[in-house]
Write a protein that binds this ligand. Structure first.
Ligand code: COA
Ligand code: ADP
Length: 578
C-alpha cells in the first residue's frame, strides 16, 4: 500500500466561514461519509477496492445532489479521476461532497476523498472528482432546478468554473471522436511485432450481472456507482491476465451513463487490454444491458489505466501486447492517441497554475483543454476576494492582488453600452488598436472555432534595446451560462511551431489576462480588465500602481469612447465575423 507522507498531507477541511451575524456557515448541500475499510471492502492486497470506493463516492454525491434538488437524481457522468494513493484495511475513508452548481435539470457535485490513519491522526488526499447528476424527469417533463447561492470564495470559484467544466463535458464525446478520426491517431504507425508480446485475446473478459434490488435505488434504477464498480472489476481481471500479477488502477477516463438500467436487467461487461506502454496499460470496458429477448442496450464504455508495482512500489515494465486484427488494431492505435490526450489534460487541467509554464504548446488535440484552462484561470482570478483598491480616477478603478509570487491588477469601469455589444467589440482583438496605443499590430493566426482565436500581437518594447515585443495569444470568449454570469474574454500565451520567436522581436508572455463583462442594466455595463503581470507586462503598469502615473486611466477612457462610438453596430454581423 502506498500512503501519503508528511509533506503530502494537506489541509483537507475548508476553513470555517463566519457570517456577518457571527454564525458559522456550512454549505447546505454538503454531505460527508466516513467508512472504516474492512476486509470485505478490500482486495487480496488488503487495499480498498476502487469499485467499492466508486460506490461510496457515487452515493455521497447523489445525496448531495438530492439534498438540493429535493427529488430523486441519477448519475449522468463522472469526470476523469486520478488516484493518488491506495487505502489500506483498517484505515478510514472520508468522502465529502457538495454541489458546485445547478444548471437546468443537471447539477455538478464536487467530491473529495481522503484517507485517515486512526493511529497517527494523519490525513491525506486520495482523489477528487466531479460528478453530474440529473433530477429525474417527472410526468410533467424535465425538472427546472433552483440555483445555488455560492457564499465563500472557494464556492464562488467552483461555481464559476463549473460552467466551463460542463461545456467541456458536453462536447467530450464529439471531441474524442474527432481527435480519434483526424488527430494524433491518424499519425500512429502500424503496430510492431515484439518478441514475447502477449496476445490481446488472453486478457479478454466477459461477465454478466443480474441487477437486484440492493444494486438499485428506491426508484429501481441501478446505481451509477454499482455499474462503475462492475466495470472496474472486469477491467482489473483483464489487466491481471496480461501480467499475471495484481495491478493498481491509476486513472479512469470520464464515465458517461448513456442510458439507465433497472432491477431485473442483465448487465454484460466486456473488457480487454487495448495497449500497453512501458509502465502502464489501457484497459477498455463496455457495459450493455438487456432484459429477456430484448436487444442489448449500450449503457457505458470506459477506459482505465493500470500499473503493476514491484516490491519497492515502483511501476514494473510491462510486456507488449499483440492486438487482434481489425477492431483490436484500431483500439491499439486509439489507446496511443488517448494516452496523449490524457497527458495533455492532466498537464493542462490538473496542474496548479504556478506549475504550468507561461506558454503552452497549442495543437488541435489539446485545444479544448487549453481553452478550458484559459477561461478557468481568469474566472479564478476574478473570484478572488482580496483585491485592494490601488487608485481611482473618475470612476475608473485600479485594483491589485499579490499572491503566489504574482502581482495581478484589475481595472474596472462602467460604460453606457449594452453588455453583449461590449463583448462583441472587445472580443475582436484586432480592433484593440483602435483604443489601446500599446497594440501596434494584431493579426489572426488561427480561427480555431467560433469562440477561440489565436492572434499575434505586436507592442512597443518595454526594455531599452528598442526591439518590438510580440505575443502569441489564445483568446477564448464565453457567453454567460446563466442570467447572473458575466461575459468572459480570456487571454493566455501559447506556442505554435509556425510562429516561433524571431530576432527582430522579443517574445513576451501572458499568463492570464482578459475581461469580465457584467450586465448592470439593459444599457449600463461593468467591465473589468484583469492581468496577472509577468515581467514583460510589469513596466506598463508599475508606475500606475505606484501612483506615479495614470496611463491606465487614459487607456480605459479611450476604450470607453471606442465602445460608445461603436455601440450601434449590428451584433449578428459582428459576431459572425469573429
Ligand atoms: N455529462 C454531464 N451532463 C450531461 C451529459 C454528460 N455526458 N449528457 C447530458 N447531460 C445533461 C444535459 O446537459 C442536461 O442538463 P441540463 O438540463 O442542466 O441542461 C441533462 O443531462 C438532461 O439532458 P437531456 O438532453 O434532457 O437528456 P438526455 O437525453 O441527454 O439524457 C441522461 C441525459 C443523463 C438523463 C440520460 O443519458 C440517462 O438517463 N442516462 C442514464 C443515467 C442513469 O441511469 N445513471 C445511473 C447508472 S445506470
Ligand atoms: P471502442 O471499440 O471504440 O473502443 P466500445 O464502446 O465498443 O468502443 O468499447 C469500449 C472498450 O471496451 C473497447 O475499447 C474494448 O477495450 C472493450 N470491449 C469492447 N467490446 C469488447 C469485447 N467484445 N470483448 C472484450 N472487450 C471489449
Amino acid at each position: 500500500m502506498s500512503s501519503g507522507n508528511m509533506e503530502e498531507e494537506q489541509q483537507l477541511e475548508e476553513p470555517l466561514f463566519i457570517l456577518e451575524n457571527g454564525e458559522v456557515y456550512r454549505n447546505p448541500t454538503e454531505v460527508k461519509m466516513s467508512q472504516i475499510v474492512l476486509p470485505c471492502h478490500a482486495n487480496h492486497c488488503a487495499e480498498l477496492s476502487v469499485g467499492q470506493l466508486l460506490k461510496w463516492m457515487d452515493s455521497t454525491a447523489c445525496l448531495s445532489a438530492e439534498r438540493h434538488a429535493g427529488c430523486s437524481c441519477i448519475t449522468a457522468s463522472m469526470d476523469d479521476i486520478h488516484f493518488e494513493h491506495t487505502i489500506g484495511v483498517g484505515q478510514v475513508v472520508n468522502i465529502q461532497a457538495k454541489l458546485n452548481r445547478a444548471f437546468n435539470s443537471s447539477m455538478e457535485v464536487g467530491i473529495l476523498v481522503s484517507c485517515e490513519d486512526l493511529f497517527s491522526e494523519r490525513q491525506w488526499k486520495v482523489c477528487n472528482a466531479f460528478a453530474t447528476f440529473v433530477a429525474r424527469r417527472t410526468d410533467s417533463g424535465k425538472v427546472q432546478l433552483k440555483q445555488i447561492l455560492p457564499r465563500t470564495q472557494d464556492e464562488q470559484m467552483e461555481y464559476s468554473i463549473a460552467a466551463e467544466r460542463r461545456r467541456m463535458r458536453l462536447i467530450h464525446a464529439d471531441i474524442m471522436k474527432d481527435l480519434l478520426s483526424n488527430g494524433p491517431v491518424s499519425r500512429v504507425g502500424e503496430c510492431q511485432e515484439y518478441q514475447n508480446a502477449v496476445p490481446a485475446e488472453k486478457t479478454r473478459v466477459e461477465s454478466v450481472e443480474l441487477v437486484l434490488p440492493p444494486h438499485a435505488n428506491h426508484q429501481v434504477n441501478t446505481f451509477g456507482g454499482q455499474i462503475m464498480a462492475w466495470m472496474e472489476n472486469v477491467a482489473t481481471i483483464a489487466a491481471s491476465r496480461l501480467c499475471n500479477a495484481h495491478p493498481t488502477l491509476r486513472t479512469i477516463d470520464m464515465f458517461h451513463f448513456r442510458g439507465p438500467s433497472q432491477v431485473g436487467d442483465r448487465v454484460i461487461l466486456r473488457a480487454i487490454v487495448n495497449n500497453t506502454f512501458k509502465n502502464s496499460m489501457e484497459v477498455g470496458v463496455r457495459a450493455e444491458a438487456y432484459r429477456g429477448r430484448e436487444p442489448l442496450r449500450h449503457i457505458n464504455s470506459a477506459f482505465m489505466t493500470f500499473e503493476v508495482l514491484d516490491e519497492d512500489k515502483k511501476p514494473r515494465t510491462l510486456p507488449r501486447i499483440r492486438p487482434e486484427p481489425v477492431d483490436g488494431m484500431r483500439r491499439y492505435r486509439e489507446a496511443i492517441a488517448r494516452k496523449k490526450i490524457r497527458l495533455d489534460r492532466k498537464y493542462i487541467i490538473s496542474c496548479k497554475q504556478t506549475e504550468v509554464p507561461l506558454s503552452v504548446p497549442w495543437d488541435p488535440s489539446n485545444q479544448v483543454y487549453l481553452s478550458y484552462n484559459n477561461v478557468s484561470a481568469l474566472k479564478m482570478l476574478a473570484a478572488k476576494n482580496n483585491w485592494v483598491l490601488s487608485s481611482e480616477e473618475n470612476k475608473v478603478s485600479l485594483y491589485t492582488l499579490e499572491e503566489n509570487q504574482f502581482l495581478s491588477f484589475r481595472v474596472e469601469m462602467k460604460v453606457d453600452v449594452p453588455a453583449e455589444r461590449v463583448f462583441i467589440l472587445l472580443s475582436d482583438l484586432s480592433r484593440r488598436q483602435e483604443w489601446d496605443s500599446h497594440y501596434k499590430q494584431c493579426d489572426v493566426i488561427n480561427q480555431v472555432d467560433e469562440d477561440d482565436v489565436i492572434y499575434r500581437v505586436v507592442t512597443p518594447s518595454v526594455s531599452k534595446d528598442s526591439k518590438f515585443q510580440d505575443f502569441v495569444l489564445l483568446a477564448s470568449r464565453r457567453q454567460p451560462c446563466d442570467k447572473g454570469d458575466p461575459y468572459v474574454i480570456a487571454l493566455r500565451s501559447v506556442t505554435l511551431p509556425t510562429h516561433t520567436a524571431t530576432s527582430d522581436c522579443n517574445r513576451g508572455e501572458v499568463l492570464c489576462a482578459g475581461f469580465t463583462i457584467w450586465e448592470e442594466s439593459k444599457t449600463i455595463t461593468k467591465i473589468s480588465y484583469y492581468n496577472q503581470a509577468t515581467p514583460g507586462v510589469m513596466p506598463y503598469i508599475s508606475t500606475d500602481i505606484a501612483g506615479l502615473s495614470s496611463r491606465f486611466y487614459s487607456t480605459f477612457c479611450a476604450c470607453s469612447k471606442f465602445l460608445e462610438e461603436n455601440k450601434d453596430g449590428s451584433p449578428a454581423v459582428q459576431s459572425a465575423a469573429l
